[in-house]
Write a protein that binds this ligand. Structure first.
Ligand SMILES: Cc1cc2nc3c(=O)[nH]c(=O)nc-3n(C[C@H](O)[C@H](O)[C@H](O)COP(=O)(O)O)c2cc1C
Length: 389
């Protein structure tokens, strides 16, 4: 890395790391929104000379270009296997610039048919010592129509004309829509956004929308997926599942995924299990985690999310897997890939470790490919190969 290349890494380390080392201090959601405002501006003005030169520097610092990291999956070209997980860029505000952070793809959303505010604040909490987070955001987003407008503001093209940016969109159900009318809610958003989605993630696993997880029931899920699949120009479909399902539930979902020719599964969303942290106090509320509502993400989720992904891969190797949950190092990324993930996503780990995590993981993967004498990342997927120092 040359001198110029360490600028953003050091900026993040000096500015953000001290804040992220404490539960208290600047509110986690406020901090997210502040960063997003900056990213929104940058994405909209990416053609301004000063912004474009900044993005060029960002790209030089964080992107790792290597043919061995690229794959074609469901007809989509991924230049590398790391994506931004859903929930950070819910309104697609920074859709143009995720590639400059080194990501091979970004999953925008969750977007719902209707704009909605989400749950009352505070609703996002840092658990700094554990490098984890608790959130009960509740799909706060500006709605599907607004997402189209946002794409237009940034000059985002339809997928067939787009270069370099691979975008998935994650779809959920609006709070005001009764669960019996969920299909209509998903279909309305999808119809508006199909021209933009390289793939669609069907989110039936957020713990923060009442009743949503019921859609993981195979009968209801089958109904929903059947309708979605019939949409004209339907993109590749991935179902995002919860880590709190039993292996039996997961097997039923896999069966259905195969029967209905759905492309893959995103495993996993946040957990309602407290993963050994039941007696951990949330500083802002004074309550134990066992008393708080919301989903847990970050390092405590790593083991469980990996177990679930591994189980699915063992069941059927044809199901394409996107692994997410607690990935925060080159080692944990490699483990997830070797457990069966074709692609991986980052959220909480990316916040704690900073944007440097993406190139660190990609360089780590390349080193492992060399050590194991593999010529492409595809050969590592589901291989059970261990990390070699
Ligand atoms: C603040 C926050 C908001 C999230 N919002 C969404 C969302 O809107 N839709 C979704 O599918 N997942 C959402 N997630 C879940 C992440 O996409 C991811 O599945 C989960 O956090 C596990 O990954 P991680 O441990 O790397 O964070 C959210 C996670 C966090 C921390």
């Amino acid at each position: 890395m040359n001198e110029q290349q360490g600028v953003f890494k050091n900026l993040y380390k000096n500015l953000m790391t001290p804040i992220l080392q404490k539960d208290s201090g600047i509110d986690a959601e406020y901090l997210t929104n502040l960063s997003l405002s900056l990213l929104t501006f940058t994405s909209r003005k990416h053609h301004w000379p000063v912004v474009s030169s900044l993005l060029k520097n960002l790209n030089e610092e964080f992107s790792v270009v290597d043919e061995r990291l690229s794959q074609r999956i469901c007809g989509i070209d991924f230049c590398n296997p790391i994506g931004l997980a859903a929930g950070f860029d819910k309104n697609g505000n920074a859709a143009n610039i995720w590639k400059d952070f080194g990501f091979g793809f970004a999953e925008l959303g969750t977007v719902t048919k209707f704009a909605q505010n989400g749950n009352p604040k505070p609703r996002l909490f840092r658990l700094a010592k554990e490098e984890a987070a608790l959130n009960r955001m509740g799909f706060n987003n500006n709605g599907a129509e607004n997402l189209v407008k946002n794409f237009n503001k940034q000059g985002i093209e339809f997928k067939q004309n787009r270069k370099n940016i691979c975008l998935g969109i994650n779809f959920g159900k609006s709070k005001i829509t009764d669960i019996s009318k969920a299909t209509d809610d998903y279909l309305t958003s999808l119809k508006l956004l199909i021209p933009y989605c390289d793939y669609a993630a069907i989110n039936v696993s957020s713990p923060n929308t009442k009743g949503l997880r019921k859609l993981q029931d195979p009968i209801l899920l089958k109904e929903l997926l059947k309708e979605i699949k019939c949409l004209p120009n339907c993109p590749p479909l991935f179902v995002k599942i919860a880590p709190d399902l039993s292996f039996k539930d997961i097997e039923d979902i896999c069966q259905l995924i195969i029967e209905e020719s759905i492309d893959g599964i995103i495993a996993t969303n946040t957990s309602i299990d407290r993963l050994g942290l039941e007696n951990r106090k949330v500083e802002q509320t004074g309550l134990f985690l066992s008393e708080e509502r919301g989903g847990l993400s970050g390092r405590p989720l790593q083991k469980k999310a990996n177990q679930i992904l591994k189980h699915i891969h063992k069941m059927d190797k044809k199901i394409i897997l996107i692994g997410v949950g607690g990935i925060d190092s080159p080692e944990s990324a490699w483990e997830r890939i070797c457990s069966g993930a074709s692609l991986i996503q980052l959220y909480t780990g990316w916040i704690y470790k900073g944007p440097q995590l993406v190139p660190d993981i990609l360089e780590g993967i390349i080193k492992q490919l060399n050590k194991h004498k593999l010529s492409n990342i595809k050969e590592a997927i589901g291989s059970d190969l261990k990390w070699v120092d």
